[in-house]
Design a protein around this ligand. Structure first.
Ligand SMILES: Nc1ncnc2c1ncn2[C@@H]1O[C@H](COP(=O)(O)OP(=O)(O)OP(=O)(O)O)[C@@H](O)[C@H]1O
Length: 236
């Protein structure tokens, strides 16, 4: 369970998160959607301890985040745009992460196969295409079999085959009881993967509940139509 209570965050005069309270259920997949700049990535960075709140509290698996990072072992994070040491080779990066973590990965081989990274392992990270870097991010996020997966626009740069395979993997992880938090602008992906939906608008929770109820309550067939309806009403 991820419990976020009264979270406020401003960057200068811009209030990005506004009294945000959310309970993300354990063992379920939750999709976070919202317009560009609505605070999705900022929220995720709070969960990872990468950004400090101005006010409010976060608990993950009953541990209150207060500057300690041990809980991070339970989280696999796939960032929107991963930054890696440019001159390191993929193999060296993976070995480095295994060394600092001090444990063997559970799914390294399977994920290298899934993302077809075999031929990339001896290349420097600076030479990789954007999609290949994204795949390396997926490998790192998933290889230690963490109980919580936080995926920030994970398929944005992936080709259709990798995207399909990745989503199959995530569905399997969901069936294995993982807690999954996913942001994407691809509404069909949320429909495919998420049970619960959080709609953020200007750093506030506009909706939180079952995705199926959100669609039917808005008298739509598809998530995209229901989200568009709410955002048009909000702008009016
Ligand atoms: N470190 C920072 N310093 C100043 N402003 C920031 C910083 N990080 C984010 N912001 C601002 O906070 C707002 C929310 O950004 P955030 O990246 O959380 O949005 P998002 O919902 O993830 O957007 P997108 O859908 O475009 O990825 C934006 O206006 C952004 O410019």
């Amino acid at each position: 369970m991820i419990h976020i209570q009264g979270l406020n965050k401003s960057f200068g005069s811009l209030q990005v998160l506004n009294d945000l309270t959310l309970k993300i259920p354990e063992g379920q997949a939750t999709g976070i959607v919202g317009p560009n700049g609505s605070g999705k990535t900022t929220l995720i960075k709070h969960l990872l301890g990468l950004v400090k709140p101005d006010e409010g509290s976060i608990e993950i698996n009953d541990i209150r985040l207060n500057g300690t990072y041990a809980y991070r072992k339970d989280i696999g994070y796939m960032p929107q745009m991963a930054q890696y040491p440019e001159n390191m080779k993929v193999r060296e990066l993976i070995d480095f992460i295994i060394k600092i973590r001090g444990e063997e990965p559970v799914f390294e081989k399977e994920l290298i196969e899934l993302f077809e990274l075999e031929k990339e392992m001896n290349k420097a990270l600076r030479t990789l295409s954007g999609g290949t870097k994204q795949k390396v991010g997926g490998l790192i996020a998933l290889m230690f079999d963490p109980s919580i997966l936080i995926l920030d626009e994970p398929t944005a740069g992936l080709d259709p085959k990798s995207s399909f395979r990745f989503k199959q993997w995530i569905k399997r992880e969901k069936d294995r009881g993982k807690t999954i938090l996913l942001t994407t602008h691809i509404m069909s992906e949320i429909e495919e993967l998420a049970d619960y939906l959080v709609l953020l608008v200007e750093g506030r929770v506009r909706y939180h509940g079952k995705q199926s109820e959100f669609i039917s309550d808005n008298e739509e067939q598809r998530l995209e139509g229901a989200v568009a309806k709410i955002l048009e009403d909000t702008a009016a």
